[in-house]
Design a protein around this ligand. Structure first.
Ligand code: SF4
Length: 328
């Protein structure tokens, strides 16, 4: 099933013998990948006919394995906040995703040297506690059938007392959580959106019911769960659809068991938005007249504040004891 998602499978020569490479190729049922020198020889390059396809590339990360979090990302009170670029690009296709401004195409590159990331973490935790967003440039849970990296991160969190990991997802899989090593430092974060938003702007993602079911599965398995109403997208009837979503979430899950909730309206770096506007001239999300504040585009204050205050009010009624984090 996985193999059919990709036009071609490429492996960097130096990664051919990696345990992760062997495992991933087995999982996708590919015994004859194309071998290449460097992932950039293929990643997001156009085919001979000028089109961009979707290739899977297994490679080593030639750059940093951990980056400090961007100012528009929520740190949830963690002083030492990093993200891991362990997989580049996503199998979902959200119209507003910053990855669209970052990568020209849909190729997915998995770095098989995850152990290097873990070694960097081992050094950092000698200095201070570390908080890592492991699912930053991708939806790692949605790719678990290929990578097994959610398990690897859960294992790493379980054995590293000063490491906390956030795995953020829109994936509706419910079957994995009971099989993973539970740790209070492996936080499963679920991005929940009204169905009207998911259908219009989050192509390929499961609907709200599926995401709530996955969230319940993670909570029932004993994992701390975070709900992300982020990014909220402005549409004409936003008040009505976001209120109805909160009602649905409160009816479908025991919100008192949720660790925390993050809220935030859409925002993006100016360079990424510039790229997206060029690529998607008809996209309502990309072409909205945002305001630029210190290099990041966001909704004008009157829109942003009314959306964020509205959802905060709804949450204070439905789950007054759960901490709510605002991105600003
Ligand atoms: S699920 Fe997340 S990472 Fe994937 S396309 Fe959507 S916003 Fe981007």
């Amino acid at each position: 099933m996985w193999r059919a998602l990709f036009d071609n499978v490429y492996v960097e020569e130096r990664t051919l013998k990696d345990a992760e490479t062997v495992r991933i190729l087995e999982r996708i049922g590919c015994d004859s990948p194309q071998v290449l020198g460097h992932y950039k020889d293929v990643f997001d390059k156009r085919n001979e006919n000028g089109s961009l396809g979707r290739n899977l590339i297994l490679a080593h990360n030639p750059g940093k394995h951990l980056y400090e979090g961007a100012p528009v990302c929520q740190s949830f009170g963690n002083e030492h906040f990093y993200y891991s670029p362990g997989v580049m690009n996503c199998i979902y296709d959200c119209e507003y995703c910053f990855l669209k401004g970052m990568y020209p195409g849909s190729d997915i590159c998995i770095f098989t040297d995850i152990e290097e990331t873990f070694s960097e973490i081992d050094e950092l935790v000698k200095l201070h506690p570390v908080y890592v967003c492991a699912s930053y440039n991708t939806d790692l849970t949605a790719l678990e059938g290929i990578t097994g990296y959610v398990r690897r991160w859960c294992e790493k969190a379980a054995e590293t007392p000063d490491l906390s990991v956030e795995l953020r997802s829109k994936c509706a899989r419910t079957d994995i959580y009971g099989e993973l090593p539970v740790s209070e430092r492996a936080i499963f974060a679920f991005t929940l959106s009204p169905d009207a938003i998911a259908e219009r702007f989050e192509k390929g993602t499961p609907g709200l019911d599926g995401r709530i079911a996955a969230m319940n599965a993670a909570m029932n398995a004993g994992f701390p769960v975070r709900i992300c109403f982020d990014p909220m997208i402005y549409v004409r009837n936003w008040r009505e659809i976001y209120s109805s979503m909160i009602g649905k979430v409160a009816a479908g899950a025991d919100l008192s068991k949720v660790r925390d909730i993050s809220i935030g309206t859409f925002r993006i770096s100016d360079q990424y938005l510039k790229n997206m506007r060029k690529k998607y001239p008809d996209s309502a999300v990309a072409q909205y007249p945002y305001v630029n504040e210190e290099g990041y585009y966001q909704y004008p204050d009157e829109v942003r504040l009314s959306m964020e205050e509205h959802i905060k009010r709804e949450l204070s009624e439905k789950c007054p004891i759960v901490p709510v984090f605002d991105w600003k």
